[in-house]
Design a protein around this ligand. Sequence first.
Ligand code: PLP
Length: 427
Amino acid sequence: MTDQTRRFLQEKYQVSEALLRLHDQALADIQGEIAYYDEVREYNQLKVLHAFQEERISESMFGLTTGYGYGDLGREKLDALYARVFGANAALVRPHFVNGTHAISCALFGNLRPGDTLLTVTGRPYDTLHQVIGIGGKNPAGSLKDLGIFYQEIDLLAGGLDFSAIATALEDPSIKMVHLQRSTGYSWRPSLSIATLREGIAYIKSLRSDIIVFVDNCYGEFVETLEPTQVGADLMAGSLIKNPGGSIAPTGGYIAGREDLVEHAAYRLTVPGIGGECGSTFGVTRLMFQGFFLSPLITMEAVKSAVFAARLMECAGFCVKPSSKEKRTDIIQAIRFGEKEPLIRFVKGIQYGAPVDSFVSCEPWAMPGYEDPVIMASGAFIQGSSIELSCDAPIREPYIAYLQGGITFDHARMGILTALAQVLEKQ
Ligand SMILES: *Cc1c(COP(=O)(O)O)cnc(C)c1O
């Protein structure tokens, strides 16, 4: 960091000299990690570029369709492009998915039938899926449970998947689908690396080759050089306001995997018989192509930001997960504050450091789909976008903030620094 930048931070942001030294140390300490993730990014960029060329993506696919959206060339090519990059037979990439939860739900509802059981082997799934499944006290009309679809859950062990519990559970013939969540979500556990997923999926398939293995891939895309569908997953889904939208796609989600399973999911998004063959895209596909092209770069800006945040907070004496040295498989950085006040100050500080709505003071509130009040900093160009620098925390013990995103590493470093200033300078 130049003297000019330091003076700017001191004068305009009241960042202390001590904090600047902490920044320098953190940045110096993570140079090895940065070099590693730059190599992952380089490979993924090439992989995406090659897929664009193989699919012969052209300007004529960026047009606007209306009405039924029959023969929307961009929509069809976007599906083919995602499928190719993710090593899947088919994909469904749509602005009509309102979020990641919706994409995941279509994959579940489209492929499970009354009497079937969904087994999750990575502990309690992400908060917004509880009502979809019908667990956690709330069971809205039309949940899986309401439709007569059963649910079983196996927790993760400290060392990873609980293989013996999985083997026992799979003796139940009603289990049709196994759900694995790659990212931590709002929990203090390691994310599942591609290597762990590969091993787990191979084990499940060795016991029951008929099982549909579904992976919630939210936050995982392009953090490693392979995706779950390239290591045995039958189906996966994610959000376009996270990694694969590259901060450019204005909304949407995707599902990728085996052709029949993707089609069944498409029947849920629209209707049986029509599936993915209808749906006008209002001219939004160009942004979805462009965002996907940028995603390897943007995702790595977010990963570097997370590694930096981990190191900075370690240096400041906080407990973080993953540590700055652990290999990542998603973009989430959990920081444990142990108390409510510093947690809230940190989240507010991220908001103050945002390019959009920096003057807003965020407060905890009851969000649809979440059980505890959540405080959320998201000064983003796209509402709720968490590939942009953002931070959220359910207000519950042990007061953990989940930080993610950062579409430029420079901005993220500044934002994290000013957030830490909020915590330290008011102690
Ligand atoms: C973000 C996320 C989802 C879906 O969340 P939306 O806000 O609906 O996009 C699901 N699972 C995990 C692990 C996530 O991180």
